[in-house]
Design a protein around this ligand. Structure first.
Ligand SMILES: Cc1ncc(COP(=O)(O)O)c(C=O)c1O
Ligand SMILES: N[C@@H](CCOP(=O)(O)O)C(=O)O
Length: 463
């Protein structure tokens, strides 16, 4: 099993190498050379199995010889052992044909824990084997950062630097990043928005001297291992609703396109997913792109679903690679236009292929709030604003006979202000996080400046 870059110029790599590399050296993203498939019988046999067993069966074919079966089983067990729900990703029925997939029972209360807890184990195993260390730099609009810090804090072979947009994450998200006391954790509040954080991170990867000098690694969903771990819950949800003997649709609150791309991979593996619905907030570049064929960046508008306040949706590049028949040069050209002109227009063929597998919708701020209120009043469900964006859009795409699963990507207690404003209910944090508001915070404000960031990182890892 080899991984190739979406821009066609970087060397192919094994799973563990692509995992440690993060971004490919040509600026592209790693994808599997071929996607392994599962038979109907193999998929059917997953129904009712423990989440960890499904995780093993779905992911192992992607690993090649990078880890043994025994090592991988051990790491899966450790990763999900600390989740606050036995099912790990339970399904709840919201309506006659509509289900909510709760992905917020991990340690930091968002879907990111599914991948981050696992790659924390895999990084540790691989770095111990090599006797080396890495500097992880991550960009976050709030949830990736807290999940990464939770997964890597205190690990001797790793320093973890998280860039988050100053003043644009919720207080719970910020405190999850700024209150850990371990010396290897560095929360950096960048003066800018999430796209700036992500752009500076990519700049660091594309500066090969810096990259090699600090042994840079990335745990954003530019890292293939992140996407892979998110494929699993599409299988667990779909098989519990009758797949492969019936089709299932999914609606995914979307920003960086990692989570929904995982659903796309599940479909390519053989899971009968009917429609994958991209749900955006008012930062709706993906919805506009599907509607018009033009991918055009705009100013990021702060919303009540801040983790989706994203314009440059990094994993979209992985899908472009496929809809452009895996032509790395074509993708490199589009990415160049994005950088120099702020956008590009899809060819008619690419747009047609895109629309074959995906639908899209957007929720305004008012629609998001109204959905939180209505879910509380009529479905007895407290939704976080991101999940509410999903539910609002899903309701417009439910078709008779095809169950719709909306991904609930975060716990309502991570966004108490929006939830309380819509429902009058203050969602409490789970007991293990009760002292979050009392713990001292540790953060460094940083400018949106590559050189300054690189200097700070070098000084911190080599004082
Ligand atoms: C709570 C929440 N929902 C949805 C998203 C969007 O997911 P993705 O970036 O994988 O599209 C994010 C951020 O990634 C998030 O933190
Ligand atoms: N919404 C994300 C943004 C980063 O996404 P990633 O999946 O690429 O890591 C966040 O919460 O940080």
């Amino acid at each position: 099993m080899r991984y190739i870059s979406t821009r066609g110029q970087a060397p192919a790599m094994a799973f563990h190498e692509a995992m440690l590399a993060g971004l490919a050296s040509d600026g592209g993203l790693y994808v599997p050379e071929t996607v392994p498939t599962l038979t109907e019988a193999e998929i059917r046999a997953m129904a009712g199995l423990p989440y960890e067993e499904i995780a093993f069966r779905v992911m192992m074919p992607f690993l090649g010889n990078s880890f043994t079966e025994e090592e991988f089983r051990t790491d899966i067990a450790t990763a999900y052992g600390g989740f606050g729900h036995d099912a790990r990703a339970p399904l709840k029925q919201l309506g006659p044909n509509h289900f909510l997939l709760e992905l917020f029972h991990g340690p930091t209360l968002a879907f990111k824990d599914f991948a981050m807890q696992l790659i924390g184990q895999l990084f540790q195993r691989e770095l111990t084997r090599r006797g080396s260390r890495v500097t992880i730099v991550g960009a976050t609009s709030g949830d990736t950062g807290s999940a990464a810090i939770e997964a890597f804090r205190g690990i001797a072979s790793v320093d973890v630097f998280i860039l988050y947009p100053h003043g644009r994450v919720s207080e719970v998200q910020r405190r999850q990043m700024t209150t850990p006391t371990e010396d290897n954790v560095h929360a950096l509040a960048l003066h800018g928005h999430f796209d700036d954080c992500q752009a500076r991170l990519k700049d660091m990867f594309n500066d090969h001297g810096f990259r090699d000098g600090v042994r840079l690694a990335g745990v954003n969903s530019i890292n293939w291992a992140r996407v892979l771990a998110q494929v699993v819950y599409y299988f667990s949800a779909a098989t519990s609703l009758g797949a492969p003997d019936r089709k299932i649709s999914f609606t995914v609150p979307t920003g960086n396109f990692g989570d929904i791309f995982a659903g796309y991979i599940a479909r390519r593996m053989g899971l009968p997913i009917d429609t994958l619905v991209i749900a955006t907030n008012q930062n709706d570049i993906l919805h506009r792109c599907l509607t018009t064929g033009a991918y055009e960046t705009d100013a990021v508008i702060p919303s009540i679903s801040p983790s989706m306040d994203i314009q440059v949706s990094s994993n979209f590049e992985r899908l472009l690679f496929d809809v452009y028949d895996r032509d790395g040069a074509a993708v490199a050209q589009l990415m160049d236009e994005l950088k120099t002109k702020g956008g590009f227009t899809l060819s008619q063929g690419a747009l047609t292929r895109l629309r074959e597998g995906f639908a899209s919708g957007r929720a305004s701020e008012d629609e998001t709030s109204a959905t939180i209120t209505r879910a509380r009043d009529t479905m007895n469900e407290l939704l976080c604003p991101h999940s509410a964006v999903g539910v609002h859009v899903a309701e417009q795409h439910i078709e008779p006979g095809v169950p719709m699963v909306t991904l609930a990507t975060a716990h309502p207690a991570k966004f108490p202000a929006a939830v309380e404003a819509a429902t009058g209910v203050h969602p409490p944090l789970p007991p293990r996080m009760e002292t979050l508001y009392e713990r001292p915070e540790r953060l460094t404000e940083v400018p949106n400046d590559l050189g300054a960031l690189q200097t700070l990182i070098r000084e911190r890892i080599d004082p």
